[in-house]
Design a protein around this ligand. Structure first.
Ligand code: NAD
Ligand code: ZN
Length: 239
């Protein structure tokens, strides 16, 4: 990894008065949670984006439920990694104002980050699709219907085909619009509308990703590397 790029990131972090971090699935792969778009065999050879959809919820509920049960089970035994902890530490030290995340795993909060906007909801809580009543995660894992109306239970994630939670998106949009520095980590920037957020930043923009080929042209600094590596190395330069 290019050490001059890491030094530049560290110096921007120090200078910036308002830094926003935007994360995607690549932030969590080193915790053992697979992303959606990296190459590699996927579950039952199905493109996850097609199952994580309103269409699947409405028309292929058993497949939808099995997919989310698999994803929730994958979280068991996985933990936030050093990179998540570095971000939480930076928030405590006033170096990061907030994190806007597409991840539904809650690892940022588990690592100690406070100001987290969950743009795609979370996979740790469940509701009824039909009557919106909250249900226990256990009921969903046991394939039970809603206790109140017998409707379909589902995780509180944003599916393809659904709109994002207004408050989280509004907070993320406002924060990134006034940021001096946006640090974008582990996202392919292919999912709308989150992929529109970086360009709202009028300050500097840094992109940290394993594969920087496709989405990097709008950034002032592009660091090719893993989220954990880059963040922990940048942290050492900040001391
Ligand atoms: P994506 O799968 O489209 O892209 C992930 C990106 O991260 C890729 O560009 C990949 O090259 C990169 N990457 C993989 N491992 C990395 C690492 N260790 N360090 C740095 N970069 C790495 O994911 P996305 O852009 O977040 O969009 C996918 C959608 O899937 C989102 O809606 C998200 O909610 C959901 N999702 C969430 C999780 C999670 O919560 N952990 C996991 C999978 C998918
Ligand atoms: Zn119900």
């Amino acid at each position: 990894m290019d050490s001059s790029k890491l030094s530049l990131l560290a110096s921007w972090m120090k200078q910036s008065k308002y830094t926003v971090v935007l994360t995607g699935a690549g932030m969590s792969t080193e915790s053992g949670i697979p992303d959606f778009r990296s190459p590699g065999g996927w579950w039952r050879n199905i493109d996850p984006a097609t199952v994580a959809s309103r269409y699947a919820l409405e028309n292929r509920y058993e497949l939808f439920r099995d997919f989310y049960i698999m994803r929730i089970n994958t979280l068991e035994g996985c933990k936030p990694h050093e990179g998540h902890k570095v971000l939480a530490e930076w928030e405590k030290r006033g170096l990061v104002h907030c994190i806007a995340t597409q991840n539904v795993d809650r690892f940022h909060q588990e690592a100690g980050s406070r100001n987290v906007y969950e743009l795609h909801g979370n996979i740790r809580t469940v509701r009824c699709e039909d009557c919106s009543n909250a249900a226990e995660l256990k009921e969903f894992l046991e394939k039970k219907p809603c206790a109140k109306c017998k409707g379909k239970l589902r995780p509180n994630v944003v599916l393809f085909g659904e709109s994002l939670p207004y408050e989280a998106l509004d907070n993320a949009t406002h924060s990134i619009s006034k940021a001096d520095l946006a640090v974008v980590v582990g996202t392919s920037l292919q999912v709308y509308p989150v992929n529109q957020l970086p360009e709202l930043c009028k300050g500097k923009k840094a992109y940290i990703n394993l594969d920087t080929g496709r989405s990097s042209s709008q950034f002032d600094l592009v660091i090719e590397g893993s989220a954990r590596d880059v963040l922990t190395k940048a942290e050492m330069l900040l001391d």
